[in-house]
Design a protein around this ligand. Sequence first.
Ligand code: NAP
Ligand code: HSE
Length: 438
Amino acid sequence: MLEPIRIGVLGLGTVGGGVANVLLRNAEEIARRAGRGIEVIQASVRDVHKDRSCDTSQMQLTEQPMQIVNNPDVDIVVELIGGTSRARELVLKAIQNGKHVVTANKALIALHGNEIFDAAQQNGVMVAFEAAVAGGIPIIKAIREGLTGNSIDWLCGIINGTTNFILTEMRDKGRDFADVLAEAQALGYAEADPTFDIEGIDAAHKLTILAAIAFGVPLNFDAVYTEGITKIEGKDVSYAEQFGYRIKHLGFARRSDHGVELRVHPTMVPEGRLLANVDGVMNAVLVHGDAVGPTLYYGAGAGADPTASAVVADLVDVVRSMTADPENRVPHLAFQADSIATQMPMLKIFEVETAYYLRLRAEDKAGVLADISAILGAANISIEAMTQKEPAEGETSVDLILITQAVQEIHLDDALRQIEALPEISNNVVKIRIESLN
Ligand code: NAP
Ligand code: HSE
């Protein structure tokens, strides 16, 4: 067997520790698959005195990540620091030094991927990023290689483990949002800044990557409409259930003749759908190809070992491809770099059409429903179902729940502004998009 490949790991936190553990635990099988061993010879951390979740006795620890990037003995740099500024600098330097890179950093790829892949192409090195989307699920490989014969028209999925864990615990155990978020942080699921998870930014990074490899468009994070789960209340979760739906935080990418639609937001999904039953930290991505039809990919979306599974798969792929002619490797973004469709229009959220769940707070008196119906009717918005809750003891206003049929968002928002202006309506209307996932 050839000499082992020597890797340098930037960051030995949740994922870095997991990667070191998996490489050690499965060393023999990994070597049999890759054709040679893969050894961590150097790793960087912020604090070399901190306890680590992995055995560091065979690697040199440093607080200077640039030492690894400039180390001539390192063949592959694994970036597991997170963030976009230091990580970008280190990755670009590694590429410039002729090193292959593996990263789990979706923010880095979503925001700077076009620049990074361009640099990699010029230097003839690979940048692999399977762990950046959906944790341990090999979704990048599935779309980029397994579905390469298809024209992919849409995909959607639960692509953030932390938010799915929070929504599941709130629904099943009635737990408090902040309490579940703290647990997700302790379990290593959440980002260093957890607002990235709960405000949908992390999912938007991932959707940016999925859309690029599915449709052959440039990475365009700014084109994603992003909404998190912080406005979801326990009562919306239970009202949704009464109508036969579950609330999931979904990423949705669709390509049509008008352009590409990219959105991340809480979504009501019929309870019988597979995606509605993906719970806890699990992720699932549904991809529709013209030839294969719908395909579903399911697995752990975060955590040390599942993410390490994806990082190590990338390492083996890179090792296997190292001897291949750079022009004949699998393209970073699935499509050949000179055939990425840069002119494809990106749709705005107000152009998107879906059905909606609406929760209104209304005075409990005659005529209110007629006023609301008149506004919706004038906007040609059909009501699929409606229910009025009993007023609580001593209260004069009630929750009104409406389910609409599909309507373009611009028309719904216009009608909602008129409804919110009615004197009998207090608070802004709560609006959750509904997808039947047919
Ligand atoms: P983490 O637990 O916070 O670990 C980060 C590591 O990088 C730590 O070892 C830290 O050193 C080091 N570090 C942080 N900032 C640094 C800096 N500016 N310079 C040098 N070293 C620095 O993070 P993680 O959860 O492993 O996530 C790492 C990456 O994987 C992120 O891009 C994240 O989005 C991605 N990811 C995470 C998961 C997951 O489930 N956690 C899943 C998929 C992808 P110290 O240990 O000394 O503090
Ligand atoms: N914070 C991310 C999540 C980690 O919860 O999904 C995996 O990308």
